[in-house]
Write a protein that binds this ligand. Structure first.
Ligand SMILES: *[C@@H]1O[C@H](CO)[C@@H](O)[C@H](O)[C@H]1NC(C)=O
Length: 292
């Protein structure tokens, strides 16, 4: 398999140098729910609307639900537009994550959206598991109402770093510090997962705020799936090809503008960082000291 690339003008132009034909469409296509994903939990609670362009996830007292990519990927960028549960969403968790599905040596990159009482801010929790170890939570309160509109949530994963984006704002960077002995996901492909579930024992104000089932069913919406990466199985050369766009010079570190945005998020919206939690980690975890 070849990596999927966006059918953008640069790609078109490059292609046209060789031969410009209508076959250009074989270069890539947007990911679609039907072709690229399947339901993993509670078929009855996932609906395709707008002809399958938008997916509705349902949580009620009977069940939550989930879906996952059919394939696994090695490096790349995955993004989705998500509209979260509106109103009183306390106790609900909507998740979007990548996972190697290898429990003992799990690699996982998590976005978890923790609901809240009406009018209280939604919290985005991110976590990074590398080679089986997680416990690297960070939390950011969103600066907009993520249930009013769709917003884009992306995970960039290359040989240099993992970056979690909310729209164009980097909210988390986990750098490849393997050279300093810090584990980094480099050798296992990961699938893409989404779930909507109840977690009122911990999600909202540490479990103090319970889910209000009288407001059920709860709905979250997903659309515009975009997967650009090396899908597995395929020649291993794809994942290590430095010519993949996501490995390019401008993706190896944050740009100056992104660095400013990242600083703004951390200064104004970060509410928890395991790196600064001395009661939990009397010794600062090595990746926190290794810098971004
Ligand atoms: C919910 O709102 C409270 C009060 O504003 C806030 O402290 C908390 O961080 C918010 N998020 C969660 C997940 O509890």
């Amino acid at each position: 398999m070849h990596p999927r690339r966006p059918l953008d003008l640069v790609t078109l132009a490059a292609f046209c140098v060789l031969s410009c034909s209508p076959l250009v469409s074989v270069l890539g296509r947007p990911a679609t729910f039907l072709q690229d994903f399947h339901v993993t939990w509670a078929d009855s609670h996932i609906r395709q609307i707008n002809g399958g362009a938008t997916i509705q996830l349902i949580l009620d007292q009977n069940s939550g639900c989930g879906f996952a990519s059919k394939r696994q990927y090695m490096f790349g960028r995955v993004s989705m537009k998500i509209k979260l549960v509106p109103g009183d969403s306390a106790g609900t968790v909507t998740a979007f994550y990548m996972n190697s599905n290898t429990d003992n040596v799990r690699d996982e990159l998590d976005f978890e959206f923790l609901g809240n009482r009406s009018g209280q801010p939604y919290t985005v929790q991110t976590n990074v598991y590398a080679h089986g170890k997680g416990d690297r939570e960070q939390r950011v309160n969103l600066w907009f109402d993520p249930a009013a509109d769709f917003h884009t949530y992306s995970i960039l994963w290359n040989h240099h770093h993992v970056v979690f984006y909310v729209d164009e704002m980097p909210i988390r960077v986990y750098k490849n510090n393997e050279a300093k002995g810090v584990p980094y996901p480099t050798y296992q492909p990961m699938g893409i997962y989404s779930t909507l579930w109840e977690a009122d024992d911990w999600a909202t104000r540490g479990g103090l705020e319970k889910i209000d089932w009288s407001k059920a069913p709860f709905y979250a919406y997903y659309k515009d799936f975009d997967i650009e990466g090396c899908s597995v199985p395929e020649p291993a050369s794809c994942a290590s090809d430095p010519k993949n766009w996501w490995e390019g010079a401008s993706y190896q570190q944050l740009s100056a503008v992104e660095t400013q945005r990242y600083r703004w998020v951390r200064m104004n919206h970060m509410i928890y960082d395991y790196c600064a939690d001395r009661s939990r980690y009397p010794m600062i975890p090595p990746e926190c000291e290794a810098g971004i």
